[in-house]
Design a protein around this ligand. Sequence first.
Ligand SMILES: [Zn+2]
Length: 137
Amino acid sequence: MTTQTHHVDHELIQAAAHVARTRCRGDNHTMAAAARARDGRIVTAVNAYHFTGGPCAELVLIGAAAAQGAYDLDTVVAVGDRDRGVVPPCGRCRQVLLDYFPALKVIVGEGDRVRTVPITDLLPESYVWADHQLDAE
Ligand SMILES: [Zn+2]
């Protein structure tokens, strides 16, 4: 675990909270996520709940960012609807986020205790998919 302190991107939290407040509807869309791309812009998304395993907001966000040409994300945060505040990524999202963006930072914590941590801190001793891909030949 690293002990360095990272700046908390409150504008990013507000962007996710705004989407959670204004775009989440019913049981299909209950979580919003926002990411700061390396070029500074903010990309947002909501989850697409489905009993077959519909993607969390963080996963929709990866595709939404790519659709806008943002392939490198710096920081991500998820916020729940109905004023639930910042919600940490689930295990599946931690693994996907780590594989896509090994240097990603994630905002976690509640209220005035929100903090920014490296994705690697959220998945210690993690499986790195790329390390286990054998050459095709
Ligand atoms: Zn998830």
